[in-house]
Design a binder for this molecule. Sequence first.
Ligand code: KIV
Length: 287
Amino acid sequence: MSAPDPTPVTLPEIQASKERGEPLVMVTAYDYTTALLADRSGVDLVLVGDSLGMVVLGYESTVPVTMDEMVHHTRAAARGCRRAFVVGDLPFMSYQVSAEDAVRSAGRLVKEGGADAIKLEGGREMLPQVRAITAAGIPVMAHLGLTPQTATRLGGYRVQGRDAAGARRILEDALLLEEAGAFAVLVECVPDRLAGLLRRRLRVPLIGIGAGPDCDGQVLVFHDLLGLYDRFTPRFVKRYADLGAAAVQALSAYADDVRGRRFPGPEHGFTIPEAEMDALLRTLEDE
Ligand code: KIV
């Protein structure tokens, strides 16, 4: 495998990938180590997704994730990215109330978290936020289709755009968001051919998750892809490794070794010459 090109990925490069018809690769990462691994693998974009609420923090959904948690994790992940373009996710209620809130929250992810861009969920109702954040100089990725922060309103985690009205709304929203300045649109859980239509109609890249192959790029959650989280695995996930099982096996071997007094061995300790140690211990015993 050749080493990935170390030149940092830029916005013009992301746009040019669409124009060249070269798929963009995006994966989530939530801390220094996961981001370093993603970056070394040569992915183009790292998303510090609010999915960290489930896979890192153990919440039931993304709803409880706070701005401080996102800043903390974005800062750690950004330190691990030399090449990948870092997108920080705005958590629920950090941008919905007003455009002013949205700019302030986006600013924190960039200024304190080191993100290159932010992502937010929602369609036409988010146009003022997208315009204001873009005007403040922060690139925005829009997220349409299944929007997990408001999944309750959508009737749960289900495919979106299945009927003409729903599909039309997603298409119109995508075009409006592009017009408002979004540099890319992420679409989650929509029928493959609707994604294909979106890709053809949008000038900016369309990144898909559960949206089929006819997108300009794909994104997956790090823990899903590597088999590190098995509480819930959506149908659209392809698991490339079973690191969760490998980790449990390794940790059990460690536990067995400690209980069986096989770890640590002499090679893991710090032994000094016997005579020197004897003298040292005698001194301590005399005290
Ligand atoms: O938070 C996240 O990880 C996401 C992806 C599922 C796209 O939004």
